[in-house]
Design a protein around this ligand. Structure first.
Ligand code: PLP
Length: 385
């Protein structure tokens, strides 16, 4: 299916709503039936019909159809946040006594789900260095059910060889789940590589304007319908029709935003690569990166995140560099119009090291600004340290 068709036409039945170009926000909690027979039918197919907005809503359905198509998945289901989608996907595949092998250093709340939340319900998790797929194989136990991937992963942007991990999962009849948020549904297609369940934080690139939160799960229809009847309907972490509408609006410009972000990021990285105050750049799309070939093989393009390690052994210098930047906002999240930094030094306080990452690591997100504008800002901040 053409991306242009998906983003501009798929799921949009304009004659149903006055030929409006922008879809309507169907702000209703319930949908009425005029006969008992209709009601009976609705109850039997709740996953497929518009009956109650905690289940399905037409504005949300439109978003689900488009993202499923972008991912090449049979079906999708939207949530009120990325972590709701991650949690529902994982919970749907395990029960007490089961075991998960998860990539180490995943997104922070995925880490909390794996390390703190699931153990309360008798689910064990082993975290592995995902850069070698054999580490997944070696961690498999008789009670393993799920191999969990996040590629690239948070902060260090390490990749997992998706096809290789899928092959291992298939040998052992295990389910694979991947968080594809960093790569977007445009630049990496895990379903085509055999992954069972793909999740996204739609808050990031899909929304794209730092004004909405959402999450999505893409998988086979049968898997999505099982999640609908289980985790989705019981935990109730739904996406509101208005937020679905904002995400639909974000989707319209996803390809142009990503192209621009990819190009600007390469320019900023090229500048940082030659800078004497940068010790290391964590970005798989530079030829010197050990996973460069894999990045080229399984991703269509780079996106806007990378980290740098500043050449300093003083935390004050890191703080000074970050405080000196005038056009990079300091904030959590990413994927919007605005460039951001997130210094690991913020998690360090008076010798109380809370992070497993070095204090001089700074995560960058490149937004939609001009590259010169960002590079000049970096230049003046480097001059201060
Ligand atoms: C932000 C993020 C999430 C969580 O998404 P929310 O929308 O903030 O709940 C999950 N995975 C990754 C990789 C993220 O960056």
């Amino acid at each position: 299916m053409d991306i242009s068709y998906i983003l501009n036409e798929l799921g949009e039945d304009r004659e149903q709503y006055f030929n409006a170009v922008a879809p309507p926000i169907i702000q209703t909690s319930n949908f009425a039936c005029n006969t008992v027979a209709k009601l009976r039918d609705m109850l039997q197919h709740e996953a497929e019909v518009h009956f109650y907005t905690r289940g399905n809503n037409p504005t949300v359905t439109m978003l689900e159809q488009k993202i499923a198509a972008l991912e090449g998945a049979e079906h999708a289901i939207a949530f009120g946040s990325g972590i709701a989608a991650v949690s529902a996907a994982v919970l749907s595949q395990v029960k007490a006594g089961d075991h998960i092998v998860c990539v180490k250093k995943p997104y922070s709340w995925t880490n909390a789900l794996m390390r703190k939340f699931l153990p309360r319900f008798g689910v064990e998790v082993t975290m592995v260095d995902g850069t070698n797929p054999e580490n997944y194989r070696n961690a498999i136990q008789p009670n393993t059910r799920v191999l969990y991937l996040e590629s690239p992963n948070s902060f260090t942007f390490e990749l997992q060889d998706i096809a290789a991990v899928v092959a291992i999962a298939r040998e052992h009849s295990l389910i694979t789940i991947i968080d594809n948020s960093f790569a977007t549904p445009l630049y990496q297609h895990p379903i085509a590589m055999g992954v069972d369940i793909v999740v996204h934080s739609a808050t990031k690139y899909i929304g794209g304007h730092s004004d909405v939160m959402g999450g999505i799960i893409c998988a086979k229809r049968e898997v999505v319908n099982r999640i609908f009847e289980g985790e989705f309907m019981t935990l109730g972490a739904i996406l509101s029709p208005h937020d679905a509408w904002l995400l639909l609006r974000g989707l319209r410009t996803l390809p142009v935003r990503m192209e621009r972000i990819a190009a600007t990021t390469r320019q900023v990285v090229a500048y940082l690569e030659q800078h004497p105050k940068v010790e290391q750049i964590l970005f798989p799309f530079i030829p010197s990166h050990p996973q460069y070939e894999l990045a080229r093989k399984q991703m269509r393009n780079n996106t806007g995140q990378f980290s740098i390690v500043l050449k300093t052994n003083q935390i004050e210098q890191v703080d000074l560099f970050c405080d000196s930047l005038q056009h990079f906002l300091m904030a959590a999240s990413w994927g919007g119009h605005e460039s951001l930094i997130y210094p690991v030094s913020a998690s360090y306080s008076s010798g109380n090291y809370k992070s497993s990452l070095p204090f001089n690591l700074i995560r960058f997100y490149i937004g939609l600004e001009e590259s010169d504008y960002l590079i000049k800002d970096l230049e003046q901040a480097f001059a201060k340290i």
